[in-house]
Write a protein that binds this ligand. Structure first.
Ligand code: NAI
Ligand SMILES: O=Cc1ccc(S(=O)(=O)O)cc1
Length: 487
């Protein structure tokens, strides 16, 4: 089906049926061309309530499945995602501007995550305790929570959705999903993989539309037991506040502003080769993106030169071109926000080492050059607000105490990175860094099998790995007390 037709006739997947939303249509924009990809009708509050009701009813079908059944269904979904990775990646590239190689990689990583949780579904363990009374047995059962609402952003519309769906379904929950409208087509194509895998109707529901129609309806409904949100800190705060009304469980995967500490003994060539693509992956629109680079003063000049050379080698271009490293920003508001951050820094005296402008040869699309800034004032916005775009900042440090204080200064604590050849320096640094995820000599921050998430304003809860499924389970203690003469 053409993307345009998918938008017009689909958009909502409620109780096993695809249909259009009930609200007036919005235009979907291709961020690389600023041309319409089609029009889509968003969901209204009534459709959201229908989706919640379907998910609530479907708890019964889900309960009828064994852990092995759930595992098999997830495995089939993972297989479909893998088989359709090129198509899924193509949709992500069109809708969000992510370069196609990265977008197909995202689809494959999503398949991996679902596949990993297919195994995990069979490893939901309870416990049995030695009881304090001879005739009693203390049993602890782990049970699904029920209906889970998943709010997913546009920057990794497949992977971040897969990381919520897979553990939620592995644990036996049902879902109401609200993705970002910007990535509606990609999200629908991913949901289709779960439909085709054969999950019972009503287990997976998708509502695409405006937050004002969807979020309050979900948050006020006591049938929704849990909400898992990925997005900005301000919206995360709102959702946590709203969760109090019906006392929902909450997982929050919010923003970051990751420090990168480059010690004096780091392998400078290896660092520069990793840092340019690492910083500008998905044009910097990654919550774990390395953003604040602190380089030991003894190697600062060499690092700066090599970093700028590696950055100049990156290709800015069409997301559909295999050779592209940086596509456009996903939305006009993101590009405008990046321009404001750079203007603010420069007006405070910052020096632009590379980029700092829209590419001259592109007259359409939300493109922005990969940008390095240095000599920033401490109050520059880019050093304090999550940049979420193609900007890296460079500063020097002389002592570990100084750089740790700077790294931990912000309210975020999601990712951090350290570059050194010394195990002593590694331990001395990682022990003091406030971050949920730390990469040492690497920018790989997340895999299917490891826990990902933050603390402080970056949120709570973990996605990936065995920790993730616990966030979707409830604990039930059963004391089985049998009369001593029971047969
Ligand atoms: N942690 C992450 O992976 C992400 C973080 N962000 C942060 O958000 C900032 C701005 O992104 P924007 O999309 O322009 O802004 P935003 O704050 O309006 O939206 C962020 C995400 O939350 C969703 N959202 C907004 N209001 C919502 C609500 N009431 N209920 C449920 N979902 C809601 C949006 O659809 C989007 O996916 C970025 O600079 C970045 O700091 C954005 C996307 C992903
Ligand atoms: O935005 C959050 C985010 C996106 C991608 C990844 S990774 O590709 O698994 O590194 C991690 C976090």
């Amino acid at each position: 089906m053409e993307l345009q037709d998918l938008y017009t006739s689909h958009g909502q997947f409620i109780n096993g049926t695809w249909r259009a939303g009930s609200e007036s249509a919005s235009v979907m924009i291709n961020p690389a061309t600023e041309i319409s990809l089609g029009e889509m009708k968003p969901a209204g509050a009534e459709q959201v309530t229908e989706a919640i009701a379907a998910a609530y009813e479907a708890r019964t079908s889900m309960r009828a499945l064994t852990a092995w059944n759930r595992s098999a269904l997830l495995r089939r979904a993972a297989t479909f995602i893998n088989e359709r990775a090129e198509m899924l990646g193509h949709l992500v590239a069109l809708e969000t501007g992510k370069p196609i190689r990265q977008a197909v990689g995202e689809a494959k990583a999503s398949a991996e995550s679902v596949d990993w949780f297919a195994d995990e579904a069979r490893r939901v363990f309870g416990m049995s305790y030695e009881s304090r009374v001879k005739s009693d047995r203390y049993l602890v059962h782990m049970e699904p929570l029920g209906v889970v609402a998943a709010f997913v952003p546009w920057n990794f519309p497949l992977l971040l959705l897969a990381r919520k769906m897979a553990p939620a379904l592995a644990a036996g929950n049902t879902l109401v999903i609200r993705p970002s409208s910007e990535a509606a087509g990609s999200t629908m194509a991913l949901i289709k993989c779960f439909e085709d895998a054969g999950f019972p109707k009503g287990v997976v529901n998708l509502v695409i539309g405006r937050p004002a129609e969807i979020t309050p309806t979900i948050m006020n409904d006591s049938r929704v037991a849990k909400v898992s949100f990925t997005g900005s800190v301000p919206i995360g705060r709102q959702i946590v506040e709203q969760s109090a009304i019906t006392l929902k469980r909450v997982s929050m995967e919010l923003g970051g502003h990751a420090p990168v500490i480059v010690h004096s003994d780091a392998d400078i060539d290896a660092f520069a080769a990793m840092a340019a693509p690492g910083k500008f992956r998905n044009a910097g629109q990654v919550c774990a993106s390395p953003t604040r680079f602190y380089v030991h003063e003894s190697i600062a000049k060499e690092v700066e030169e090599k970093l700028i050379t590696a950055t100049r080698a990156l290709r800015v271009g069409s997301p559909l071109d295999d050779a592209t490293d940086l596509g456009p920003l996903a939305t006009r508001r993101r590009r405008d926000a990046i321009e404001q951050l750079v203007d603010n820094a420069v007006s405070g005296g910052a020096r632009v080492l590379s980029g700092g402008m829209r590419p001259r040869r592109m007259d359409r699309g939300y493109f922005y050059e990969p940008t390095w800034l240095t000599q920033l004032q401490p109050d520059a916005l880019v050093l304090n607000d999550e940049p979420f775009g193609p900007i890296g900042t460079l500063a020097t440090f002389s002592t570990l105490d100084q750089v740790i204080a700077e790294a931990n200064r912000l309210p975020f604590a999601l990712a951090a990175y350290v570059f050194t050849r010394s195990l002593t320096k590694t331990h001395a640094t990682v022990d003091r860094l406030q971050a949920g995820v730390i990469g040492v000599n690497t920018f790989v921050a997340a895999t299917a099998e490891t826990p990902f998430g933050g603390s402080k304003d970056s949120g709570f809860g973990r996605e990936g790995g065995p920790h993730a499924i616990r966030d979707y389970l409830d604990t039930k203690f059963v004391n089985v007390s049998m009369p001593t003469d029971a047969g």
